[in-house]
Design a protein around this ligand. Structure first.
Ligand code: GLA
Length: 658
């Protein structure tokens, strides 16, 4: 019997026994089936070096098992105990400014410090030894949001080792880093440092390699723990929670190959529909990481906020029903369940007002009642766990490209690959076209259409993979700055965008970055923003031109037929609606339409498929009711749907289709 996972982070170590007893009862009532335990519990599990206190955790796991609830058991290594930093000061992280951080928060460790790595493996092995075979143990949750970059001497030594492996010798490193600029030629490996506080602009290639190194160094810390856990408990899946954006500085597409299940934390904070668009992007990205990493499209929403969520200067409250709808939206896009941060709101600590399924008000509350209702809903749609989303469109999001575009010294400070990827995804989302967001440009055959939104870095191999895919019938849409630099961030000369020039059939001679209030008028009547350029046709045809200004009459959007496929280029940023029209037209010519025709904007429609069975998820994010075409059985309401289903304001339906 398939099931969807439901629950969240659970911190019984913060509470007395009678509260924990009530937790078990409340979890059962809400049909919680998975609790993530022990995430930050290192100081409670090992209060002094080598002295373990597992009794309390034995009790927690036994009680969970006794109530039919599984555990995602964490290794607590994101938060070393205070004694650790005092015993091993060299294992505390150092910032780029040379400040060594102290305990007092969390995430204070240097992943290159042997003392940290050894202590982390010891506690992971002790947990694995103790709980191997425990009936509650369903999953290992290694660490939490790996995120600590360190610039200390130990990190410097490890960085040099990593650079040797990547570049082989100093000549190649000097070449890749363009060290002839500003006299940075390295003649001995010992001269190379992590990027540290320096006089003026740092070398962007050094910064980029350091970010890649940090990602790999943290990944090595993860895989070392994973291997210990796998050896002790073969068959128990091992994962760690990924996060999108700058908070976690790792290349998730690489990491996805090393986890048994892609799990993400996601906290969309927009009070309006922006949150739904953002959540859909994160979900489609998690699915892309999973599909190309673990080889299976299923992924897990490991953390999200039930209610109050930090926005810019205050927290805002999710309106009634939104928690469940957002949870169902994650399942619609392939999540294997819905887990929240967190089960019970704490009385103190740094995040004391962060929301929880059991809020400070207690179970006699709207949020807990909604949690109970969501538990019932997830039970009713448990069968969907077998289904997978099928997407024929992909949006590429490459974390190293995002890092490279954050370098100072680029033609505009407002370039942001993540923004561009989200912009393209939003344009598709608003048209109801389901896309995977992919972090690698390999295995493209599943897709009829690929969008490259400012994919700045491009290796020869990636460009070649795209070329063969287009020639075989693929429809590519590349936007400005894609393919401009090689994998080291060096510009490819002879005209932009070097790596893709032939494929796109254009040659870009000059950039014309736009200011925040500038617009580049286009022959369609629309206007571009952020960016414009001098585009020459070199095989492609102009579809839209600039109108007025220095670029008057020059190509803005082009189309190039290549073999059985087509490569489009868009040299400016179109509004979401205009971009949607372009992407929608390309998708249609690639034979891809919206998931469901006749769906009003703001209503999300996505299917999960298993063989010839399918489940249609319909989510009404608008402020009005809508009739939507569908046929089958609505698993949430229990009704037979013969042609049209009525979605209430904020309502949802999950149709088991005929
Ligand atoms: C992250 C962390 C949690 C918690 C939440 C709060 O995702 O993993 O420990 O800090 O954010 O937003």
């Amino acid at each position: 019997m398939p099931r969807l996972l439901y629950g969240g982070d659970y911190n019984p170590e913060q509470w007395p026994e009678q509260v924990c007893a009530e937790d078990a009862e409340l979890m059962r009532r809400a049909r919680v089936n998975l609790a993530t335990v022990g995430v930050f519990a290192w100081s409670k599990l090992e209060p002094a070096p080598g002295r373990y206190e597992f009794g309390w955790l034995d009790g927690v796991l036994d009680r969970l098992a006794g109530n039919g609830i599984s555990a995602a058991l964490a290794t607590p290594t994101a938060s070393p105990p205070p004694w650790f930093g005092l015993a091993h000061p060299e294992a505390l992280p150092v910032t780029a400014d040379g400040v060594r951080l102290s305990h007092g928060s969390r995430d204070t460790y240097c992943a290159s410090a042997p003392a940290y790595r050894e202590a982390a493996l010891r506690i992971a092995a002790a947990l694995a030894g103790r709980y191997r075979g425990h009936p509650a143990l369903a999953m290992w949750h290694v660490h939490n949001e790996y995120s600590s970059a360190c610039h200390c001497e130990l990190a410097a030594e490890a960085f040099r080792g990593w650079l040797r492996a990547r570049h082989g010798d100093l000549d190649r490193l000097n070449e890749a880093w363009s060290t002839a600029v500003w006299g940075q030629l390295y003649t001995d490996w010992a001269q190379i440092l992590p990027p540290r506080a320096t006089r003026y602009l740092p070398n962007p290639a050094q910064v980029l390699d350091f970010r890649r190194f940090t990602s790999d160094e943290l990944l090595a810390a993860y895989t070392a723990q994973r291997d210990v856990l796998r050896a002790a408990t073969p068959g128990v899946p091992v994962t760690t929670n990924f996060v999108l954006g700058g908070w976690v500085p790792v290349d998730h597409a690489r990491w996805a190959r090393e986890v048994d299940l892609v799990a993400i934390d996601h906290y969309p904070a927009d009070p309006g529909a922006g949150a739904e668009e953002e959540a859909a992007f994160a979900a489609d990205l998690a699915r892309g990481w999973a599909r190309h990493g673990t080889g299976r499209p299923g992924w897990l929403l490991m953390e999200t906020a039930p209610n109050l969520i930090y926005a810019a200067d205050r927290m805002h409250t999710k309106e009634p029903g939104r928690m469940a709808r957002q949870g169902l939206a994650a399942v619609a896009r392939g999540s294997l369940g819905v887990l929240f941060f967190q089960w019970r709101a704490p009385r103190g600590g740094a995040e004391l007002f962060h929301s929880a399924l059991v809020p400070h008000a207690g179970p006699d509350s709207r949020v807990y009642r909604e949690a109970v209702a969501l538990g019932e809903q997830l039970d009713r749609i448990a069968g969907t766990a077998e289904g997978a989303v099928r997407a024929r469109v992909a949006v590429a999001y490459d974390e190293p490209s995002a890092w490279a575009l954050q370098a100072p010294g680029l033609p505009s400070r407002r370039l942001d690959h993540l923004d561009e990827a989200r912009h393209a995804h939003r344009a598709l989302w608003r048209r109801g076209i389901v896309a995977d967001v992919i972090g690698t440009l390999g295995a493209l055959d599943a897709y009829a259409m690929i969008v490259l939104p400012g994919h700045y870095l491009m290796s020869d191999a990636q460009a070649e993979a795209l070329r063969s895919w287009v020639a075989a019938g693929g429809h590519l849409v590349a936007t400005f700055l894609s393919g401009v630099a090689d994998e080291h961030g060096r510009v490819r000369t002879g005209g932009y965008p070097g790596a893709l020039r032939d494929l796109l059939g254009v040659r870009v001679e000059e950039f014309h970055p736009l200011g925040p209030d500038d617009r580049a008028a286009l022959t369609t009547g629309a206007a571009g923003e952020l960016w414009s350029e001098t585009v020459h046709l070199a095989g492609a045809e102009a579809v839209v031109c600039y109108a007025g200004g220095v670029l008057d009459g020059r190509p803005a959007v082009t189309r190039h037929a290549v073999g059985d496929g087509v490569a489009w280029y868009c040299s400016t940023r179109l509004s979401a609606d205009d971009h949607g029209r372009l992407l929608g037209a390309v998708a249609a010519s690639a034979g891809v339409g919206p998931e469901l025709e006749g769906v009003p904007r703001g209503v999300e429609a996505v299917r999960r498929h298993a063989g010839d069975r399918s489940w249609l998820f319909l989510l009404n994010h608008t402020g009005t009711g809508h009739d939507v075409p569908a046929a089958g059985i609505d698993l949430l309401g229990g009704d037979v749907v013969a042609g049209v289903v009525r979605l209430a304001v904020g309502g949802a339906a999950v149709i088991r289709e005929r």
